[in-house]
Ligand binder design. Structure first.
Ligand code: ATP
Length: 269
């Protein structure tokens, strides 16, 4: 989902406990959190702390959530922007926004900068882009200049999310830029069960609810879809005047979300 436009170094209360599943990705990002917490421990022997990591995976799988959780765990401010915010921007505005963001981040370091949908800015030259090519290139160049302009010991970690790593300009993937890549896949049945658990916490559910069954009935669902199902089910049960949410309400909600997903796919196709 959308990172709020220019999250300007806000404090984050989200932690790894809010992120269900994604065990391998969590191990990798925990390393990065430790870089932020104890930079000297890592630079002691002459090593260089990585500046950035790319979170790769389909929409709604928790990339933004994980990035926020990293800021929450490290207890550092969270800055964010989305590549799609740069679409149809006036000449020079994209680059100056990037410059402005890094200026603020340097003042608040240690911190995390999150760039959602980086492919909107970082597409390889010559590909059909949404933005005019010149403007997109200016924005991308400014991002590269900023990334090269600080050392790994500055305490700024830049995370970027994409579901199209194949279209990215290779300049972004060079050492000293986004040199780590973390894949965030759609959850398997076990993963879906743990995601259900997290999103059922605030909901009054019937004692007879079968979590495993719910996970089995939702193949191909991303975390965002599961969050959606839980919310829909609660609304469906409430509309019926029930005291708690039952299996049948979840089944109705799942059908509804599947219907929504099918519509979305039709529009895309
Ligand atoms: P997009 O590429 O569309 O921006 P994203 O991968 O950044 O998607 P998020 O915005 O992090 O996805 O996920 C949207 C919402 O879905 C989260 O706020 C959360 O409620 C839920 N969600 C997704 N993945 C998980 C997960 N692994 N655990 C718990 N909740 C999740």
């Amino acid at each position: 989902s959308k990172a709020t436009l220019f999250d300007k170094g806000s404090k984050v209360n989200i932690t790894f406990a809010d992120v269900a599943g994604l065990d391998e990705a969590k191990v990798e990002v925990m390393e990065i959190v430790d870089f932020l917490k104890n930079p000297k421990k890592y630079t002691a022997l002459g090593g260089k702390i990585p500046k950035g990591a790319l979170l790769i995976g389909p929409p709604g799988t928790g990339k933004t959530l994980l990035a926020k959780a990293m800021a929450g765990e490290a207890q550092v401010p969270f800055f964010s922007l989305s590549g799609s915010d740069f679409v149809e921007m006036f000449v020079g505005v994209g680059a100056s926004r990037v410059r402005d963001l890094f200026k603020q981040a340097r003042e608040k370091a240690p911190c995390i900068i999150f760039i959602d949908e980086i492919d909107a800015i970082g597409r390889a030259r010559g590909r059909n882009a949404i933005m005019s090519n010149d403007e997109r290139e200016n924005t991308l160049n400014q991002l590269l200049v900023e990334m090269d302009g600080f050392g790994g010991d500055t305490g700024i970690i830049i995370l970027a999310a994409t579901n199209r790593p194949d279209v990215l300009d290779t300049a972004l993937l060079r050492p000293g830029r986004f040199d780590r890549q973390i894949s965030i896949d759609k959850p398997d049945v076990k993963g879906r069960e743990t995601i259900f658990k997290v999103h059922l916490l605030p909901i009054k559910i019937s004692a007879a609810l079968d979590l495993h069954k719910l996970a089995e009935q939702t193949p191909g669902f991303a975390g965002a879809d599961i969050a959606n199902v839980c919310n829909e089910a609660a609304l469906i049960a409430a509309r019926k005047g029930k005291e708690s949410v039952e299996m049948i309400d979840f089944q109705d909600a799942i059908d509804r979300v599947i219907g929504g997903l099918e519509k979305k796919n039709k529009i895309i196709a």
